[in-house]
Structure formats: structure tokens, C-alpha cells
Design a protein around this ligand. Sequence first.
Ligand code: SF4
Length: 244
Amino acid sequence: MKDFLNDGDNIKQLVESLNFKEKVERSLALIEKAYQEYGDGLVVANSLGKDSMVVWDLAKRVSPKIRGFIVTTRFKPAETVKFMNDLVVEYPELEVFKCDDEIPDELYKTAPDKCCDILKVIPTRDAIETMGVGCWVTGLRCTEGRTRVDFREIESRDEGLLKLNPILIWNEREVWQYLALYKVKVNPLYAEGYRSLGCAPCTSISTDPNERDGRWIGSSKCGGECGIHTRPLKVKLQENTTSA
Ligand code: SF4
């Protein structure tokens, strides 16, 4: 991925200067280059949100063989669960990971970071380990909210694990532009007014300016992160239970 090690690029400038077609081409080139290098070790993380559906579609254009994983939780809305089940039938190469461990009632209220750690971060680590992932591909975008401005298109935060954010420089309008132009299906909850989707107790419809402002409203995590983009992911599975 040396050609794309773009630490020198001004991400904000790329967001503003590239047009829709140029961004699509750049994203496809990033995935293609990574796929040439990592082959089956390149795996797409699909959160079932609009951005993930763009990345999933782009990846399928690069190669129908590209695999993916979904991390789900007991708190996902029924609409998201149905959307996931339909998607997995359509794409059997999507594997679902979930933690069914017992946790305290309403942990999402008393300790949301811990709840996300147990229900989201640990299954993500599990997916990366189980699927032999060398490069994981995400739908993260730098214009989604305050916690996402400092990411890069290519990151190597975890040793032995590359992270590719191929639509980092897309804005919200371009995501919807792509979904409409290429007729990609989306979670029906967007029609209700949501702009960012997560677990039911932690996701609200918000008219605040940032896309992620409806996440974890009323907690210290408001508009923040579940942890899969900020916590180490290459941790031995047996260490997960003690560190959570
Ligand atoms: S989003 Fe909420 S319910 Fe879901 S894992 Fe995080 S804290 Fe728990």
C-alpha cells in the first residue's frame, strides 16, 4: 500500500476538492490495491449502516469473492436484525459475530463504554482473529462528527493489522448519491429520520448538525465512538474477558 501511504495528503482539502466520480475512483483504487496485497486476508466490516453498504458495494465491484463480517448485539433494532438476516442470505460470505455473555441490566446506561467493549469491541477482535484478517475495511468518514476528523485512509494502529477507510473523504450527500445511483439497498430505519444507526437504547433521531449527534444522547459518550475505531483490536481472545 506504499503508493497510498498518504500521510502527506491534506484530508480536508481532498474532501472539498475531489468530485463524486473522483472519490468513487479513489475508493475503488484503494480497495483494489489492498486486495492485490492482502487477497483473502482483506475483509470488510459491515455495520449495516449506509456507509458500510457503500463500502460493501465498492468491494464487491473489486471482487465478488471479498468476505465481510457483521458485529451485532442483543440491542439492535428489529429492522436492523431483519436487514442483516436478509443480507447474509444474499451474501453468505458475510459472517456474523455476537457476544451472548450475561451482562448487568441496563449496562448501556450505567457504563456504556463497558457495554460497547463487551458487545462490540470483543466480537470485532474475535472476527479479526477467526477470519485471519490482515486488512480490515471500514465505512468510517471524517465528516461524520467530532470524533472522526483525525483518521487517515490507511492506518496501522495495530501491529499486523492494516485498517483501510476507503470512503474517509466522502461527505454524507455523496454516500446517498452513491446508494441512489447504484441502487444499493439500505436499512429502512433511515426513512424514519435516523442519520447514524446503532443499538436501540443508544440511538435517537437528531436534527443536530453532525450525523453522529443522535448516538448515546445524554451520556458522556454523546456523539462518540463504540471503541472499534479507537481500541486495540489485536488482543489475544483470552485477554478479552479480563480487560473488558
Ligand atoms: S451502543 Fe449502547 S447498547 Fe450497544 S453495545 Fe454500546 S452501550 Fe451497549
